[in-house]
Design a protein around this ligand. Structure first.
Ligand code: XBP
Ligand code: MG
Length: 261
């Protein structure tokens, strides 16, 4: 197989632990600001993550509560309001206290830039949230790092639907088999696979135990090689300390990409 031409990044859970420490906290603050007694603890939020999309998650939760508005229209309106408030609070949280990138993320991004592998974002989170996270880490010109950015607003159907991946591939002009997705969730893996994109999984706190069918490799994080299945045989240009492009190429059966000049 020919070499990898593009790396497609999921955002929440993959770049940073934004679900537990960001979105969940912001949802709870939005409930409190609206005078609602609702609170999503870590376990409840983990169960709710099977519904992708913050607004969709709210509607799903309301459908199971007896203290939520009765009519579907009212629930929809409340979900919109709470979701907008949550996103504003999330951006504020990121500005004020920040959420670090997961280990190995920045290093792999730098390696992609050095070795001429294009990068794209394929997420179904809202654009404002991606902007808040990546703006905090890369500054106002963060989009310069990515040749394609596909967010929740750009798709009609969220993950596990493959639309986000298909759009990102189209924008990059790369065939599915020449790209690799980096994901953390079963829905993300399903989305990438349905688009024909090989995927590696960097497990996040909420999907630490999930079955991840169809992933080329699964591991505890990009910052180290220990715990990855299959265990990496190729020693990457980056050495043994972290997951590099050579490890990824080996997992997906691609030729290695050219080493940095
Ligand atoms: C993550 C999601 C999002 C976030 C919250 O998808 O499902 O809904 O939980 O963001 P991904 P929004 O991992 O593909 O980024 O509130 O903007 O939906
Ligand atoms: Mg994710």
């Amino acid at each position: 197989m020919a070499g990898i031409r593009a790396l497609l990044w999921d955002v929440d859970g993959t770049l940073a632990e934004t679900e537990r420490d960001g979105h969940r906290v912001a949802f709870n603050l939005a409930f409190a600001a609206r005078g609602l007694p609702w609170r999503w603890d870590e376990a409840r939020y983990g169960a709710l993550l099977s519904v992708t999309g913050g607004r969709e998650r709210l509607i799903h939760d309301m459908s199971r509560r007896d203290d939520a508005p009765r009519s579907a229209g009212e629930r929809e309106a409340l979900a919109r309001e709470l979701h907008a408030a949550k996103n504003a609070i999330y951006a504020e949280l990121l500005r004020e206290r920040g959420i670090p990138l997961r280990e190995g993320v920045l290093e792999l991004m730098r390696e992609c830039r050095e070795r001429g592998v294009a990068m794209g974002i394929a997420t179904t989170t809202s654009r404002a949230n991606v902007d808040a996270l990546l703006g905090a880490h890369f500054g106002g010109r963060w989009t310069d790092w990515f040749a394609a950015v596909v967010c929740g607003e750009d798709v009609a159907r969220k993950k596990p639907d493959p639309e986000a991946y298909r759009r990102a591939l189209r924008a990059l002009g790369v065939e599915p088999g020449r790209a690799v997705a980096v994901e953390d969730s079963p829905a993300g893996v399903a989305a990438a696979r349905a688009a024909g994109v090989p995927v590696i999984v960097t497990r996040s706190v909420y999907f630490a135990q999930s079955a991840l069918e169809g992933a080329a490799a699964v591991g505890p994080g990009l910052g180290g090689l220990r715990g990855w299945q299959p265990s990496p045989a190729a020693r990457s240009a980056a050495g043994d300390a972290r997951v590099g492009l050579d490890d990824i190429a080996q997992w997906i059966g691609a030729d290695t990409v050219p080493a940095p000049p």
